[in-house]
Design a protein around this ligand. Structure first.
Ligand SMILES: Cc1cc2nc3c(=O)[nH]c(=O)nc-3n(C[C@H](O)[C@H](O)[C@H](O)COP(=O)(O)O)c2cc1C
Length: 241
């Protein structure tokens, strides 16, 4: 730690809170480009995340332009093929369980509420599988964001590296907010690692952690009006005196 870090006083805590509290998963972006310098700046700040033994297990691939469009085309095609023929699912396995294998209460209720709030906002009703598929596929178009980030970790690392990773990802999302940008973290890509890893040139020892869309939010998009609730501090906390 430097002396500057020790003696730094956050003179405006409200702006830190605003960056955190204004972060939301944005699912409609404008095509406005984001400069390489700005992306690099966000990543540089994010690398200040702590990690066990300072192992810094993160590896980031930034996709823009042709590399972005190429990946979008490949994964959208695979996603469509999977929809047409569900028996292809065996080809598209996630490399680690991001979601539980079996959802139980209270998580299953929160998950349902989240899903139906999103679909409700978009006027997608139960059973409208084509529209659900189309909305899900928006993930693989990066919700039209000009920048896609893909995150990998060396498979030799322990589960704790995913804890470290979460802090790095959150730093990216908060640093993006501090610069007027928005994000959507995306586990949706994880099932398509067999397409993504060769596309980005990842080595055989790398595992896909998740993806993320980055760009300027389309403030007029209905989908970006989704307000997600949180449990109260009292609900999640046990105070021990
Ligand atoms: C690691 C991670 C992966 C996620 N994957 C997706 C995804 O693939 N697609 C999506 O639309 N949202 C995804 N989300 C967003 C969550 O649905 C969202 O964070 C949650 O509903 C809370 O809403 P908020 O981010 O707007 O506060 C993901 C979030 C995290 C943290």
């Amino acid at each position: 730690m430097t002396h500057a870090q020790v003696s730094t006083v956050v003179s405006d805590p409200a702006s830190v809170d605003a960056a955190i509290e204004s972060r939301a998963s944005v699912r409609a972006f404008l095509p406005t480009p984001v400069s390489r310098e700005l992306i690099g700046d966000i990543l540089r700040v994010a690398t200040r995340a702590p990690s066990g033994n300072n192992a810094q297990p993160w590896k980031v691939y930034v996709l823009q332009g042709a590399s972005r469009d190429g990946l979008v085309a490949k994964v959208c095609a695979a996603h469509d093929a999977l929809y047409a023929d569900p028996s292809l699912a065996a080809q598209y396995r996630e490399e680690y369980d991001y979601y539980p294998r079996q959802w139980v209460s209270p998580y299953i209720e929160r998950r349902r509420e989240n899903g139906w709030s999103l679909y409700g906002l978009l006027g997608i009703t139960k059973g409208d599988k084509d529209r659900m598929h189309a909305q899900h596929q928006r993930n693989f178009r990066l919700f039209d964001a000009p920048v896609g980030l893909m995150f990998t970790v060396d498979k030799v690392m322990g589960q704790g590296s995913l804890v470290d990773y979460g802090m790095f990802l959150q730093n990216i999302m908060v640093a993006a907010r501090a610069r007027g940008l928005h994000t959507c973290p995306q586990a949706a890509w994880n099932g398509f690692a067999s397409i993504i890893l060769p596309h980005i040139g990842a080595g055989p020892g790398e595992m896909l952690v998740c993806g993320m869309a980055l760009g300027h939010a389309d403030e007029t998009a209905v989908v970006n009006g989704l307000a997600t609730p949180r449990e109260s501090v009292d609900t999640i906390t046990t105070w021990l005196d």
